[in-house]
Design a protein around this ligand. Structure first.
Ligand SMILES: [Fe+2]
Length: 296
């Protein structure tokens, strides 16, 4: 007879969750213990709620396995899953509360690449001219929440072409992406192509999930920014094209009204857009945390 049974302990589905939690009670890292406790509790609740058959549970495991297999150096299917389930926006919202007039953040997305080429202000990130899309000039300033220009702020920008594809999806290395730095007055300007709407990659497991749940894979026209400067919180955001398709049903839930701006085509054929970014000081959240602590 098994030792536990001899002590009168029998298996209980109701006590299983507590037993699993009991096994991790010696976890030394307090944050890991908190994360694992919540994860186990929610996962068990999910299973009790859905009551999957063994075949259904296995198909879930196969789905996650396949998602991992689709990931490469240039494709991140898990980020896509996180984005399309609204989790990326939730994590961002809980971590980046834009206060004091600061620019709103949004999702990073799966297409950012490290070591994009750095260009002088005014340069064009399009290597193929009009084959990449309609010419566009984007300009503006980077300031802090008190209106002071941020000189030398790094703007890492990237976008898809008129064909709806990013460079990494078609082997055009480092096209339609680049790094710029603001001048002494915190100003920037560069050339790119007018952003167009496009589908997130939907030929893999995440695409199947979207189809199975009656969703489209489209994102509204947008231009990505990752702005950093010493002493300020990094800002990951987009500028969306006013009047663009899919603004009200972005597949990754990334649209915020404050980030929708006019991209206006001039008589000279050049589309122009302007935006003044406002960065939060690195100390903003810390001050709030200390103030909140004092209140409690
Ligand atoms: Fe994008």
């Amino acid at each position: 007879m098994p030792a536990k049974a001899s002590r009168g302990k029998t298996f209980s589905e109701k006590k299983l969750t507590a037993e699993v939690l009991g096994r991790i009670r010696k976890t030394r890292d307090a944050r890991l213990k908190r994360v694992m406790t919540s994860f186990i509790e929610h996962l068990h609740s999910f299973v009790r709620d859905v009551k999957p058959t063994p075949a259904e549970w296995m198909s879930g495991i196969q789905f996650l396995t396949e998602t991992g297999h689709w990931c490469t150096g240039k494709r991140q299917e898990y980020i896509l899953m996180s984005d399309t389930l609204g989790v990326s926006m939730l994590v961002d919202a809980l971590n980046y509360a834009a206060g004091e007039g600061a620019t709103q953040s949004t999702v990073l997305g799966p297409f950012h690449r490290e070591q994009a080429p750095e260009y002088p202000l005014g340069a064009d990130v399009s290597k193929n001219g009009t084959a990449d899309g309609e010419p566009c000039e984007v300009s503006g300033t980077v300031r802090d929440t008190k209106g002071k220009p941020v000189a030398g702020a790094k703007l890492d920008i990237w976008e898809g072409g008129a064909d709806g594809l990013y460079d990494s999806q078609k082997g055009d290395d480092m096209n339609l992406r680049g790094v710029f730095r603001t001048d002494a007055q915190g100003k920037f300007h560069f050339r790119c192509v007018t952003p167009t709407f496009y589908p997130v990659p939907h030929d893999g497991p995440v695409g199947r999930m979207l189809t199975a749940t009656g969703r489209h894979p489209m994102r509204p026209p947008h231009l990505h920014f990752w702005i950093t400067a010493p002493g300020y919180k990094p800002l990951i955001t987009h500028l969306f094209v006013k009047g663009g398709k899919y603004l009200d049903s972005d597949a990754v839930f990334g649209v915020k009204p404050e980030l929708i701006i006019e991209f206006k085509k001039g008589k000279d054929g050049l589309t122009r857009a302007r935006y003044d970014f406002v960065l939060m000081s690195e100390a903003t959240g810390r001050r709030k945390t200390r103030a909140a602590r004092r209140r409690t």
